[in-house]
Write a protein that binds this ligand. Structure first.
Ligand code: FE2
Length: 417
């Protein structure tokens, strides 16, 4: 028998799998192992719509294709920093058209990029809810409820960014019928009637000595550009924020506002936070500890990207108005799910890395960061409001040799998680 794994020893056979076939010589051939499977990506490939993969995207311009699952158009907007749990697809509904009713066992937050329409949701109680929305609205579908999206206009397509946790759900069960055709109902996730009308419940919490965090519980927010936010100065003077618990979900969302003439402090965290620019314009810088160059991602409404795992990122407003963004990730304030998210919810995201947190304070940051922003403001004609923090004339006079080398920052002390 020319095969060293041949059948003399039954225990050896079992250890390599017993599904081998016998070849012409009577030896047992070893079948190809079924390994390294990614059911989520296999499912995405099988949906037969465009799959875009990049650091970030302009979701308003991504090519879509006919999507049988929704009887509408769509594409996947995958990102390098999405991590293992989260993903995004874009849904496009033509004027005077509607999707097929759909339900699934993964959570989804729908952020309206363009167009006006409505959503119908079938609740476990047998009731239905219908709510109307326009650009910059966000809504969540209660878990496994059937829903249908309508374009109520005759001129403009509806475009919706659907941030979801399909990767963790599909990879966990790897049975598409279980995920998309499951009769189990979650009445506790349905939410109050007012939560579909744009109303909600405002609560707040603080952990230890950290700043108070505001939380708005609902299923639907009409307009993220005007929604009332609250101060969160720990992320930078003038920063405003509101965290959302949507449809009692495990996914998190928050809206932050960067004031005119200012920018936020850098920080880092787990992968998968899908950052959508809502209004205003500016850019984000990203870098890993030890890097010498910054990655730059410019943004305005329609742009979305995901800071990769543990990569520092910092958001800069360069426009003459406040700038808002929506961030969606796994691990809500209510259900943090992973220890890194629990630490964020407890305030580590706004605590200095020199104190065991994940934030770079202004006084610790590399001077290139402020210099670059001042140069960007020259282009837009906006005046810096940060002169009380930085010696801006000195930063503008920095010699070229001060603008190279490894990006400077204080030593990070643990534990990080
Ligand atoms: Fe972040």
């Amino acid at each position: 028998m020319g095969n060293s794994t041949g059948g003399a020893n039954p225990s050896t056979n079992n250890s390599i799998g017993s599904t081998g076939n016998t070849d012409n010589n009577g030896a047992t051939a070893i079948n190809e192992a079924r390994v390294l499977i990614d059911p989520y990506h296999d499912w995405a490939e099988g949906e037969n719509i465009p799959i875009h993969l990049d650091f970030g995207h302009n979701l308003l311009e991504l090519e879509t294709g006919p999507w049988g699952r929704y009887e509408a158009r769509g594409c996947f907007a995958h990102t390098h920093g999405a991590g293992d749990f989260m993903s995004n697809y874009v849904l496009e509904v033509a004027p005077c058209n509607k999707t097929r009713p759909v339900k699934h066992l993964y959570e989804v937050f729908c952020y309206v990029l363009a167009g006006h329409g409505s959503t119908k949701v079938w609740l476990p109680s047998g009731e239905t809810r219908v709510f109307e929305w326009g650009p910059q609205a966000v809504f969540a579908i209660p878990l496994n409820c059937q829903y249908q999206i309508f374009n109520s206009t005759s001129l403009e397509s509806v475009r919706i960014s659907c941030t979801n946790d399909a990767p963790i759900t599909i990879n966990l069960y790897h049975n598409i019928d279980f995920v998309f055709n499951n009769p189990f109902e979650f009445p506790e996730r349905a939410g109050q009637s007012k939560h579909f009308d744009g109303e909600g419940d405002h609560t707040a919490y603080s952990h230890g000595n950290n700043a108070k965090r505001n939380v708005w519980e609902t299923n639907f927010v009409h307009d993220l550009t005007s929604f009332k936010l609250y101060e969160l100065e720990a992320r930078g003077k003038g920063s405003m924020s509101m965290s959302f618990v949507l449809a009692d979900g495990t996914m998190h969302a928050h809206v932050s506002q960067i004031p005119k003439g200012r920018y936020k402090k850098a920080h880092r965290h787990a992968a998968g936070t899908h950052v959508h620019a809502i209004d205003g314009s500016g850019y984000s810088l990203l870098w890993h500890e030890g890097d010498s160059e910054f990655k730059e991602f410019p943004w305005k409404h329609g742009f979305m990207y995901t800071p990769p795992f543990w990569m520092f990122h910092q958001h800069f407003n360069t426009c003459p108005n406040p700038a808002r963004y929506l961030a969606c990730s796994l691990g809500s304030r209510r259900y943090p799910f992973i220890s890194l998210r629990r630490k964020s919810a407890e305030g580590a995201g706004s605590l200095s890395i020199s104190q065991g947190g994940r934030q770079l304070e202004y006084e610790d940051q590399d001077p290139r960061i402020h210099r670059k922003w001042l140069e960007a403001l020259r282009e837009t004609g906006v005046t810096s409001e940060m002169g009380e923090i930085f010696d801006e004339p000195a930063i503008l006079e920095l010699p070229p040799e001060a603008m190279t080398g490894v990006i400077r920052q204080p030593r990070s002390i643990g534990p990080a998680i």
